[in-house]
Design a protein around this ligand. Structure first.
Ligand SMILES: Cc1cc2nc3c(=O)[nH]c(=O)nc-3n(C[C@H](O)[C@H](O)[C@H](O)COP(=O)(O)OP(=O)(O)OC[C@H]3O[C@@H](n4cnc5c(N)ncnc54)[C@H](O)[C@@H]3O)c2cc1C
Length: 339
């Protein structure tokens, strides 16, 4: 049986960021990822401004700067939100590859295509049973395995379905969001005339996908084709608090474009504090850092997917875009607390 001080379950943005932060602290965790790289995941690929300084520190640069978001409704009525502190655009595959490369350059072991099947308590830590029949013993576990990972193994109920693909053939300069009470889809410029097309719709409301297809019928698909995912309800994971198990990563509503940043920043907070804090203290710190933007994100997600509040939202913003600016600002992470 192998014994390791810190094991990270999940090698997405959250897990790889925790590993990179631990490298900065002089640690060598083991990462266990069920999938393989390059990974093609459903994501709008907007990188919120708060993530840019830490990415820069790790030598990672978005391929585009994003300074504005144009919101459109079904009747093509629109308003423009200028972002005072610019965000970025970066292919999710490239982001995970860059975070993974830094991990590998620092001699960190990363198991790919290996799933953690069971976590058992032992006298002085935890015993992990892996799908490759290995057994690992560890003092601390950082779980960054997305919203489908539950302690009892039951898959959470899904309400939404998401799609993503990359296209070429049209130049756009800002993020364009098409809003509908049954779902929304966005076009984000990436690099060299390429763009990300991502949609989130309520399950069974395929007319939103059909409407989106009308906007891209003259474009050429690039790379992997459509990637599809079932998305569970957004929100804050209710952590089963157990000594030395930390939950980080995926928690946020996609409309706010904060999920990747939240995974990244919570990875940084976990990496910097997990050696000194208990998981209870980490959970409190996590809430202090992220509770307000997440709660506001869930509120906006609900307002934007409602047949009464969405038109009202458009009406108010066409009078004064400061309203959306206010909401956007309230969903950003102001500063990172480490204690
Ligand atoms: C339609 C849609 C659009 C979005 N658009 C944006 C956007 O524009 N900007 C933004 O910031 N966010 C966006 N998000 C949210 C963002 O994609 C998520 O918040 C982000 O994926 C969270 O990253 P993560 O590392 O926590 O989880 P994940 O990327 O899901 O990583 C978890 C990893 O854990 C692995 N894993 C799972 N179980 C196990 C196991 N038992 N053993 C080992 N490994 C395991 C998985 O294979 C996976 O690679 C969007 C989400 C959706 C649904």
């Amino acid at each position: 049986m192998q014994s390791i001080k810190i094991v990270i379950i999940g090698g997405g943005v959250g897990g790889l960021s925790a590993a990179n932060a631990l490298i900065d602290e002089g640690q060598k965790p083991l990462i266990i990822e069920a999938g393989t790289y390059p990974a093609y995941k459903v994501c709008g690929e907007f990188v919120s401004p708060e993530a840019l300084p830490i990415l820069k520190k790790w030598g990672i640069k978005p391929t585009r700067s994003i300074n504005s978001i144009q919101f459109k409704n079904k009747k093509e009525k629109s308003f423009l939100l200028k972002i005072s502190k610019h965000g970025g655009a970066l292919s999710r595959t490239d982001l995970e590859d860059a975070l993974r490369n830094r991990v590998l350059e620092n001699d960190i072991t990363l198991y790919e295509g290996v799933r953690v099947l069971h976590i058992d308590k032992s006298d002085d830590g935890y015993k992990l049973i892996l799908s490759n029949d290995k057994i690992i013993h560890t003092e601390k576990i950082l779980i960054s395995a997305g919203r489908f990972f539950t302690k009892n193994g039951k898959k959470p109920e899904t309400k939404y379905v998401g799609y993503k693909a990359h296209f070429t053939g049209k130049q756009i300069d800002s993020l364009i969001m098409h809003m509908h009470p049954d779902g929304y889809f966005g076009f984000l410029p990436l690099e060299d005339g390429k763009m990300n097309v991502t949609l989130l719709q309520k399950k069974g409301q395929d007319h939103v996908f059909e409407e989106m297809k009308n906007h891209i019928k003259d474009l050429d698909m690039w790379e992997s084709g459509w990637v599809k995912v079932e998305a569970p309800n957004f929100g804050i994971k209710k952590n089963p608090i157990e000594r030395n198990i930390y939950y980080l990563g995926d928690a946020c509503a996609s409309i706010t474009g904060l999920g990747v940043t939240l995974a990244l920043l919570s990875g940084v907070v976990a990496g910097k504090t997990c050696q000194s804090l208990s998981s209870n203290e980490y959970k409190k710190l996590w809430m202090k850092n992220f509770y307000n933007p997440i709660t506001m994100g869930i509120f906006i997600h609900r307002l934007s997917l409602h047949s009464l509040t969405l038109p009202l939202f458009f009406l108010l913003n066409r009078i004064n875009t400061q309203i959306t600016h206010y909401f956007f600002t309230k969903t950003r992470v102001k500063r990172l607390y480490f204690t």
